[in-house]
Design a protein around this ligand. Structure first.
Ligand SMILES: C[S@@+](CC[C@H](N)C(=O)[O-])C[C@H]1O[C@@H](n2cnc3c(N)ncnc32)[C@H](O)[C@@H]1O
Length: 268
């Protein structure tokens, strides 16, 4: 008997991406976040952009061969320019709702203020409470990651008037201490801790009694879906895009588990 092998899954997502998961709480697309057909699917007036794009430095920590190189990590992509499309082009009101927040890992406020039209910014630090291996030829190992907080102000005139100054309810220290996902337990080379993402999401969005009224958190480079897991566990909704099929499937698996947990918690 002839055994027909299943066709290997294509490695490149189709134009417009493919929706791998859609529920009341989460949408997960296997797709390229630079694709205008993917960007067109982002709901307008969403509540928070959490982005963890490749940092433009090839991943090379020597930490484990379980992880392959991250696509788009070779410095060839203008990530602030890509994220500008996600908050909504200049002069347009679509995309991220006015005066809502962004968190972008690996980029400084001065790299993001203009393209993302940020009225107020702060540089934050994630203290990983652990020494990573990083470049082993250097005496200092990476124990932290810097990221940017900003308030998205659509109109230049409002930004020039100083709109978007940080709200007092967010008045916190700029160092956030959360252990990095433990060795052997992490499923992505750049995985963010879910409690860190929950802290950011709960500081910048609100949840409603009915899930459809809760804020929507958007992550265009979702990796293993930590932002989505955090959003769902915090009673918010999420919209995720990931380029690598295996990671997008991992994000679906993790977000589904979080949805199950969230439903159980709500039933108590
Ligand atoms: C720094 S990692 C994100 C890790 C994630 N925060 C987590 O906790 O798992 C960046 C991710 O962006 C993805 N990526 C790179 N280029 C992309 C693109 N054009 N569209 C969507 N995702 C992309 C990579 O495959 C990688 O998984």
């Amino acid at each position: 008997m002839t055994v027909i092998e299943p066709l290997a899954r294509p490695l490149v997502p189709p134009p417009g991406g493919e929706v791998l998961h859609r529920s009341a709480r989460a949408t997960i697309i296997w797709g390229d976040c630079r694709d205008p057909e993917v960007i067109a699917q982002v709901p307008d007036g969403y509540g928070l952009l959490c982005a963890d794009p490749p940092y433009g430095i090839r991943y090379n920590s020597g930490r484990s061969d379980r992880f392959t190189e991250i696509p788009g990590d070779d410095g060839s992509v203008d990530w602030p320019g890509v994220l500008a499309e996600w908050v909504g082009r200049t002069g347009r009101t679509r995309g991220l709702a006015p005066s809502r927040h962004v968190y972008v890992f690996g980029y400084r406020p001065d790299q993001l203020t203009e393209p993302l039209r940020l009225g107020g910014t702060a540089e934050l630090v994630w203290d990983k409470q652990d020494l990573g291996s990083g470049d082993l030829s250097l005496p200092w190992g990476p124990g932290h990651e810097a990221f940017t907080f900003g308030v998205h102000v659509k109109r230049r005139s409002d930004r020039e008037k100083g709109a978007g100054a940080l709200s007092a309810r967010l008045r916190r220290g700029s160092v956030l201490r959360y252990p990095r996902p433990g060795r052997g337990r992490a499923c992505h080379s750049n995985q963010k801790p879910v409690p860190l993402m929950q802290d950011l999401i709960e500081s910048s969005t609100s949840r409603a009694h009915r899930i459809q009224d809760s804020d929507l958190v958007v992550d265009p480079c979702a990796g293993s879906g930590s932002t989505g897991v955090a959003a769902v566990l915090s009673g918010r909704r999420c919209f995720l895009v990931e380029l690598t099929r295996a990671d997008a499937e991992l994000a679906v698996e993790r977000v589904r588990a979080a949805e199950h947990l969230a439903k159980q918690m709500e039933a108590l």
